[in-house]
Design a protein around this ligand. Structure first.
Ligand SMILES: [Zn+2]
Length: 374
C-alpha cells in the first residue's frame, strides 16, 4: 500500500506538464455557490488528523447559522473511535454525502469539510439549502484506515485503504490479510443493516462496523440521493489530457432483476444520472476539470450499488489520486463544487427534472499513467 502511494505521487510528477498544457488558466475562478472561503489555501492544504477533524467540525458548529449538529455515527469504528456525522438544515428533502471510506483517499474529505463550512454560513445559497434540504455529511468514514495508531501484520502503518481488523473468521473476500476489510464492499442492501452481503440469506454476520454504521444512517435519514466520494489513480483521456475525476451511477441491474425490482432500480439510475449531470455541467465551468465515466463494477455491496438497490439515487465520485501537495487544493475544491452544485440544484428543485444528457454522453475513462520507476 505504501508502495502504491509512492508510485502514484511519482505519476503526478510525470503527468504534471500534461495538466498545464491542457489548461488555459492557472486558477479556477468559477464557483456556483458564492465565494470559496478566503483562507482556502490554509484550509485546503491541511489534512485533518482524527482529533483535528472533530475539532474543526465542532468549531464550525459553534458559529453555525441555522440547524447544525455534529454527532457520532450509529456505530463506532472497529477500534472504537467515533465517526463524525454532520447534519445541516431541516428541510423536507434528505441528501447524504459520505467520503473517505478508503483510508488513503483523504483529499475529498477536506472538500467535504469545506462543504460543511459553506453550508453553516450566512450566504443566500446556504440558507436556501438549509431551508429545503436536510444534508447529512460524513467527511471521513474510515477514521481508522486514515490515521489509527496501529500496525498491520506485515508491519505497515496507516493510511491505507481498509479499516483495521486483524481477524477474519469466514467469507474473507475483500479482506486484506492481517489488516482489515474494504469498507466499501460490505454495505448491506437487504432488510437488515447487519446482513453480510456475501453470505446467502438473511443474517447478522456483517463484519464491518463502519459499513453497518453508514447503512444505519441511511435507514435513519432515508436520503433522496447519496454521493460517495473517493480517489482513483491518475489517468489521461484520448487527447492526453489528465483526467481530474470520474463519476458513475448504480449498475447492479442483474441483482435488481434477481430481487424483482428492475423498474424501481431504473428510476434510481435516472435520478443518479441527473445528479451526475448536474455535477458535470458545474465542473466543466471549473478551469481544467476533466471528468469521465468511472468503469464501475456491478458488485452489489459497494455503496453506489447498495444504496441504489435500496431505492435512493446513488453516485460515486472519484477524484484523481496520486496526490501531490500542490494539487490537493484543486482536488478538494473540485469535490466541493461537485457537492455544492447538486445541493443547490436539489434545494431549488431543478435537479429532479433536469436532463440526463450530460451523463448519457459522458466519455469513458482513458489509460492509467504508468509509473516509469516501477
Ligand atoms: Zn475508494
Amino acid at each position: 500500500m505504501k508502495k502504491r502511494v509512492l508510485a502514484a505521487a511519482a505519476a503526478v510528477a510525470i503527468a504534471g506538464p500534461l495538466l498545464l498544457a491542457g489548461s488555459s488558466q492557472a486558477d479556477p475562478t468559477t464557483t456556483p455557490n458564492g465565494p470559496w472561503p478566503p483562507n482556502d489555501k490554509e484550509n485546503l492544504s491541511s489534512i485533518h488528523s482524527y482529533e483535528q477533524l472533530w475539532g474543526t467540525l465542532e468549531s464550525i458548529e459553534k458559529r453555525a447559522k441555522g440547524t447544525f449538529s455534529v454527532e457520532p455515527a450509529p456505530l463506532q469504528s472497529n477500534t472504537g473511535r467515533d465517526i463524525p456525522v454532520v447534519t445541516v438544515g431541516d428541510g423536507p428533502t434528505s441528501v447524504m454525502f459520505i467520503a473517505n471510506q478508503h483510508g488513503n483517499e483523504y483529499v475529498v474529505s477536506t472538500g467535504m469539510v469545506e462543504v460543511v463550512r459553506a453550508l453553516a454560513g450566512n450566504s443566500a445559497s446556504a440558507r436556501e439549502i438549509r431551508e429545503n434540504l436536510t444534508v447529512t455529511i460524513v467527511p471521513r468514514v474510515n477514521v481508522d484506515g486514515f490515521d489509527a495508531d496501529v500496525v498491520d501484520l506485515a508491519g505497515n502503518t496507516t493510511p491505507w485503504r481498509q479499516n483495521f481488523d486483524t481477524d477474519c473468521p469466514a467469507f474473507c473476500g475483500f479482506y486484506a490479510d492481517g489488516r482489515g476489510y474494504d469498507i466499501n464492499r460490505y454495505h448491506s442492501y437487504t432488510e437488515s443493516a447487519y446482513d453480510h452481503p456475501y453470505e446467502p440469506g438473511p443474517d447478522t454476520n456483517n463484519p464491518v462496523p463502519e459499513a453497518i454504521a453508514m447503512r444505519l444512517l441511511w435507514d435513519e435519514r432515508q436520503p433522496e440521493f447519496s454521493v460517495d466520494f473517493h480517489h482513483q489513480g491518475t489517468y489521461v483521456d484520448d487527447d492526453g489530457r489528465m483526467i481530474t475525476g470520474s463519476v458513475m451511477w448504480p449498475n447492479a441491474e442483474e441483482e435488481a432483476e434477481n430481487l424483482g425490482i428492475s423498474e424501481e432500480f431504473a428510476e434510481t439510475v435516472t435520478l443518479s444520472k441527473r445528479v451526475v449531470s448536474e455535477m458535470l455541467v458545474n465542473l466543466n465551468d471549473l478551469g481544467h476539470a476533466n471528468i469521465t465515466r468511472y468503469p464501475g463494477t456491478t458488485t452489489p455491496g459497494i455503496a453506489r450499488n447498495a444504496y441504489g438497490l435500496l431505492g435512493s439515487g446513488s453516485v460515486l465520485y472519484e477524484a484523481r489520486g496520486g496526490i501531490g501537495q500542490k494539487s490537493r487544493g484543486y482536488l478538494a475544491k473540485q469535490a466541493y463544487i461537485a457537492g455544492m452544485s447538486v445541493l443547490s440544484a436539489a434545494a431549488d428543485g431543478s435537479l429532479f427534472t433536469r436532463s440526463t444528457e450530460p451523463a448519457d454522453t459522458i466519455r469513458e475513462r482513458g489509460d492509467s499513467v504508468p509509473n516509469p520507476h516501477e
